[in-house]
Design a protein around this ligand. Structure first.
Ligand code: 5FX
Length: 487
């Protein structure tokens, strides 16, 4: 063990400010999960009247979440940890992750408000007037296509923007959201502390994802009993945190089956493209992370469950298993919200004769179609980016749907690779807790501990009998998606 003595009563907290809930995991220095808790926005904070944690607007493209809901959720979650007897005084460091591209607009003077928080009142009560935009745009928003086109034009085109930033302009990205607020509500923009004409300086310097930003605020020391020495480690996005939590290595591909479905992998040589994203790797800043994000993830699966499986996952699973691989030649595309690639919404179905049909013959075929269609989409767009599933490839699955072995079996067959899961599906919070420990103890010490343990369990094997079937079906899927994207 390197210089830092390991003492297993030190605790590390990882928060995930996700789309549908705020989650937290507490670990000790043996990487044992001590506590896991969550605040579910729809159920636990019903006054905000969210659906799946968000407010979809009537224009069909704008999607926001109430900023104060996230603040109130933090109050509630820390109270839940207190009621669960977490010894806050033993917390050595915290870190976290948030929806990538969810943006919070602090009002001028908010920094002083944060510095004068007192433990006699809640965060929500003290910060309720600190935001210049009450409804935060989030990653599901697709209302900034105009700003995206302007940004790409200003920077020499989409491909050049991808080469210098890792992504072409995407509607959900915060820069385009800030530009929209600058144009649509200049008073809010001018009343925002975090962003102004000299936006870059206002946003502050970039830091590595394990940077120690400072010690926790006295508000948390007084209200919950945190140690005044508790370190705050830089937060990151939910997908980089999942990469850390899944202990991804070069050659692995991670599939996160959450509100968004995302595929990501570890890269040493970045290959920016017009689809997907290249980010700096959160656990090794000399490497990269490639990511594809799909908006029609769990909320779309839940809608098909409600419409064709009596709102029951048990019935959904029985239906999925009752139809053979390949769904009798039927292919479905279910873009219930505007998808990212392609930028398209609607439901599209073809039967085995490649005829457009309004519905499949049975509810069971609808269930199989949404799962096969989503996973064929993931494979087709990953292959567009040059992701190749090699014989030694491992698929690491995380997120809510990774608990369903029947869904993982379809994933294994369509990607033609074994699928592994770990004993905790909340990989973003776990990864954030790992980042807190990595930032506090240092990479060398943390990696020595990490390499002594493993949480991966082989959950699904691909069938040799479906390799050719899904290769042909994916080719048909790709043709269907290209056709409906052009119509
Ligand atoms: O936009 C995304 C990734 O770029 C999504 O995975 C969000 O992070 C989900 F919260």
């Amino acid at each position: 063990m390197s210089s830092t003595n390991i003492c297993s009563d030190r605790i590390y907290l990882g928060f995930d400010f996700s789309t549908q809930q705020l989650k937290v995991i507490a670990i000790n220095e043996d990487l044992v999960i001590l506590k896991e808790n969550a605040v579910r926005f729809d159920e636990d904070l019903p006054d905000f009247k969210t659906t799946g944690g968000v407010h979809p607007h009537s224009d069909g493209v704008t999607v926001t979440a109430p900023t104060l809901m996230w603040i109130q959720a933090l109050d509630l979650l820390l109270d839940k940890l207190k009621a669960d007897n977490l010894d806050f005084s033993k917390v050595a460091a915290i870190s976290g992750s948030g929806q990538q591209h969810g943006s919070v607009f602090w009002k001028k003077g908010a920094e002083n408000g944060l510095k004068s928080l007192h433990s006699g009142s809640s965060l929500c009560e003290q910060l309720k007037d600190c935001f210049s935009v009450a409804d935060s745009p989030i990653w599901m928003d697709a209302s900034t296509t105009k700003q995206c086109k302007e940004l790409e034009a200003a920077l020499g085109g989409a491909m050049h923007l991808a080469e210098i930033t890792g992504s072409r302009a995407y509607e959900r990205f915060t820069g385009n959201q800030i530009a929209k607020i600058f144009e649509k509500s200049p008073s809010s923009y001018n009343n925002t502390e975090a962003c102004a004409e000299n936006l870059e300086t206002k946003l502050g310097p970039l830091v590595k994802s394990t940077e120690i930003l400072g010690k926790i605020s006295k508000y948390y020391v007084e209200k919950y009993g945190f140690s005044p020495d508790c370190e705050v480690i830089a937060f990151t996005g939910d997908n980089p945190a999942s990469l850390a939590g899944m202990r991804l290595q070069e050659g692995d591909i991670c599939v996160s089956l959450g509100t968004s479905d995302t595929l990501f992998l570890w890269l040493t040589q970045p290959k920016p493209a017009l689809e997907g994203h290249i980010f700096i790797n959160p656990v090794n800043s000399d490497s990269y992370m490639a990511l594809l994000c799909f908006k029609n993830g769990s909320l779309t699966r839940e809608k098909i469950r409600d419409e064709f499986a009596g709102a029951s996952w048990e019935t959904f699973t029985k239906s999925l298993k009752s139809v053979p691989s390949g769904n009798n030649g039927n292919i479905g595309i279910y873009f219930d919200v505007m998808e990212i690639q392609p930028l398209l919404s609607g439901r599209f179905r073809i039967n085995k004769e490649d005829q457009d049909v309004p519905k499949f013959n049975t509810a069971e075929e609808e269930v199989r179609a949404v799962i096969e269609g989503q996973f064929m989409s993931r494979r087709v767009h990953a292959e567009n980016l040059g992701f190749n599933i090699l014989p030694k490839s491992r698929v690491l699955a995380t997120g809510g749907a990774s608990q369903n072995k029947s869904i993982l079996k379809v994933l294994a067959n369509i990607l033609n690779a074994p699928v592994y899961i770990q004993d905790v599906s909340n990989s973003a919070s776990l990864g954030a807790a790992y980042q807190a420990m990595r930032g506090s103890l240092g990479h060398t010490c943390f990696n020595e501990i990490l390499n002594k343990t493993s949480r991966m369990v082989r959950a699904a094997e691909p069938d040799d009998s479906t390799v050719e079937l899904y290769t042909k079906l994916c080719a048909r899927y790709k043709q269907l998606e290209e056709r409906v994207s052009q119509s």
